[in-house]
Design a protein around this ligand. Structure first.
Ligand SMILES: *Cc1c(COP(=O)(O)O)cnc(C)c1O
Length: 427
């Protein structure tokens, strides 16, 4: 195998992942306990333990254990919608026809639930300094649409932005905040855990997250009443009666006690995972310090969980790239590179990288949705990173950015090779 400069390179026998599950043993103990006591259901000790630990770690009074973070976000949207606009008629969404301000640079699961409830996402541009929702753009959006009463905010890659400022802006405009802390479990902003800023919060135990249950998530709140509603809705919304009695629509969203066993066994290792991810980030930063790149920014006053190490290539070091909707091509140039060349180089050594999450306003399904930047508002029209004469920060980070292998089982030696391979792309 040869790299860009025709040097012979070694290939990892065992794939080095972006982020894969890391088990420790206790997970099996709690799963086995569920099996042996026959609590093979959506009720049991593991579920109760996860709810207690999750609330404690995320700095809220209550947590409700669910089948996924997406399910948690769905119920966040329903709660917010019913509180703002009242209970919808059957067959209608709680956010029907209502605009909702959403993070733009995030995974699609942040806002799919807005759509489930009939809401209309309006995307708020990203801040170059924090890679998270830009508070100034959010303020601008409120001045354009003062009737909007809900904001859905996600922390990107475990590096919190200015969520405290976002919260204040929401309060100023009488809007509710849903905080998608799927990627930022264990991270802090302004002295408080991510997940505790929202009126409603959500975390994920998906297989690629900082800790995992193989799947699963939690709804977070300070309201006992809302946690109760979520538990009820997540189990088909049964009323208190001996027979099946129903007054409102429900879902089958409750966490399994077996999955909860895995999550319960993982929580004691959260800090250890964060320390490993942090060491990975620091090694990348050191390894690329003389290269024309910038690692994902650590915003002042925040403590990231360092879930995914990522970087953007300086404009001057970018080779020519053309991206269509689903494919890309680039021109090989000496002294320059691009995300796709780096990803190809990583693939050659059996390491997994990924482009930065493609911003929501650039997705075909949201192309006609409004996109608000600091300097203006418009709709995304082409594959250019300047939309309507307005600097589109998200598109720019997407064009120049790449997520690096960040698996906490990656050894220092493996990471040294990864760093060397990426550095070679700039030669
Ligand atoms: C992973 C992720 C989700 C979805 O989590 P699931 O538990 O897989 O439903 C939501 N939002 C963000 C930002 C994520 O990264």
């Amino acid at each position: 195998m040869f790299n860009k400069n025709n040097q012979n390179i070694e290939r990892f026998d065992k794939r080095v992942w972006l982020s894969s599950p890391t088990m420790h043993g206790e997970e099996l103990k709690y799963m086995t306990e569920a099996y042996e006591t026959n609590w093979m259901s959506t009720v049991g000790k593991n579920i109760n333990a996860v709810e207690e630990t999750a609330a404690g770690k995320s700095g809220v009074k209550c947590a409700a254990a669910l089948s996924s973070c997406t399910a948690a976000l769905h119920l966040c949207c329903r709660l917010a919608g019913e509180r703002l606009y009242g209970r919808p008629e059957p067959g209608h969404g709680a956010l029907e026809g209502r605009k909702v301000f959403c993070s733009d640079m995030t995974f699609i699961a942040t806002l799919n639930p807005v759509i489930y409830e009939g809401g209309i996402p309006v995307f708020i541009d990203t801040e170059a300094d924090s890679w998270n929702m830009n508070p100034k753009a959010l303020d601008k959006a409120f001045s354009l649409h003062p009737e909007v009463k809900l904001v859905v905010y996600a922390e990107l890659y475990g590096f919190p932005g200015k969520v405290d400022e976002i919260k204040k802006i929401c309060e100023k405009h009488g809007a509710l905040l849903i905080e998608d802390a799927a990627e930022s479990l264990g991270a802090y902003a302004a002295g408080k855990p991510c997940g505790s800023y929202g009126d409603y919060g959500a975390i994920s135990y998906n297989g690629n997250k900082i800790i995992t249950g193989s799947s699963g998530g939690c709804f977070l709140t300070d309201s006992e009443e809302d946690a109760g509603k979520v538990r009820k809705w997540s189990t088909q919304a049964r009323e208190a009666a001996t027979w099946y009695q129903h007054e409102e629509v429900g879902y089958n969203y409750r966490m399994s006690n077996v999955v909860a066993g895995v999550v319960r066994g993982q929580y004691p290792h959260l800090e250890e995972h964060i320390a490993q991810k942090r060491a990975i980030y620091e090694r990348y930063r050191e390894g690329f310090k003389d290269f024309p790149v910038r690692m994902n920014p650590v915003t002042e006053g925040t403590v990231p969980n360092y879930w995914l190490s990522s970087m953007i290539i300086d404009e001057e070091a970018m080779c020519s790239v053309v991206r269509t909707e689903t494919a890309s091509d680039y021109v090989r140039e000496t002294g320059k590179t691009c995300p796709d060349e780096i990803l190809e180089a990583l693939a050659k050594i059996n390491a997994e990288g990924r482009p930065i999450w493609k911003p929501m306003h650039m997705q075909p399904m949201y192309r006609m949705h409004e996109f608000v930047t600091v300097s203006g508002t418009g709709r995304y029209r082409s594959n250019a990173y300047i939309a309507g004469g307005v600097k589109d920060v998200g598109a720019d980070i997407f064009r120049r950015g790449v997520c690096l292998p960040s698996d906490n089982k990656m050894t220092k030696e493996e990471q040294d090779i990864v760093i060397e391979v990426v550095r070679e792309c700039f030669v």
